[in-house]
Design a protein around this ligand. Sequence first.
Ligand SMILES: C[S@@+](CC[C@H](N)C(=O)[O-])C[C@H]1O[C@@H](n2cnc3c(N)ncnc32)[C@H](O)[C@@H]1O
Length: 226
Amino acid sequence: MSTKNKLQHFAENLTFDNLFQMSYEEVILGFPLAGKWAADFFKNNHEIILELGCGKGEYTVGLAKRNPDKNYIGADIKGARLWRGLKTTQEENIKNAAFIRTRINLIEFYFKPNEISEIWITFPDPHARDVVEKKRLTSPQFIERYRKILKPGGIIHLKTDNIILLESTLDTIREYNHELLEVNYNVYDGQPENELTQIQTHYEKMWLKHGTKIKYLKFRLNPVFN
Ligand SMILES: C[S@@+](CC[C@H](N)C(=O)[O-])C[C@H]1O[C@@H](n2cnc3c(N)ncnc32)[C@H](O)[C@@H]1O
């Protein structure tokens, strides 16, 4: 994307009422919608599902369209990517999807405990080298952050191209006694059509062109750690 396009997208981002981008200080001092997203923003009492590292927000938008009785929020640091999801919600008048431009490291400040029922992590950067392992969005450190905002027994979905990330997440699930609900090493192999096969992200399409198998796992946080 050219610099000019990026600047245009950043400018248009300021006009969307379903995008939240705050300074670090504002977030730390207390995000006004924390604990009140459903009642004050979505104006309902539906559950909230979060997509982390959402990029262009294909899952946030795709799931919101499929499930109008649930609320979806996508979070990513890259505003130009978020623009795509935001524009789609505007063009298609989707009211149950919103976006936050933030580092995931701060995600716990945007919500109160028990506010989120599920988290999707879609094609996160694998950070395969040991030295940056703690940057993985499925590392124990990140899962600890998610625990602060997830309901007891909250569910985490991971969709990835990366086998090392999948295996390291499986190790974490075992080590911390989370409950593995599903693991699939090739979601397009004989599955019935569902949200895993019918919603594809930007990165997923790139990996599919290379013939990479798309993997998925789903786990429930162990109540002991919740
Ligand atoms: C490989 S891309 C995947 C994007 C999208 N989910 C997809 O599948 O097309 C990873 C995304 O995670 C975001 N990301 C990675 N680490 C992050 C962090 N700590 N905080 C916020 N966003 C992050 C990046 O900005 C990027 O958009």
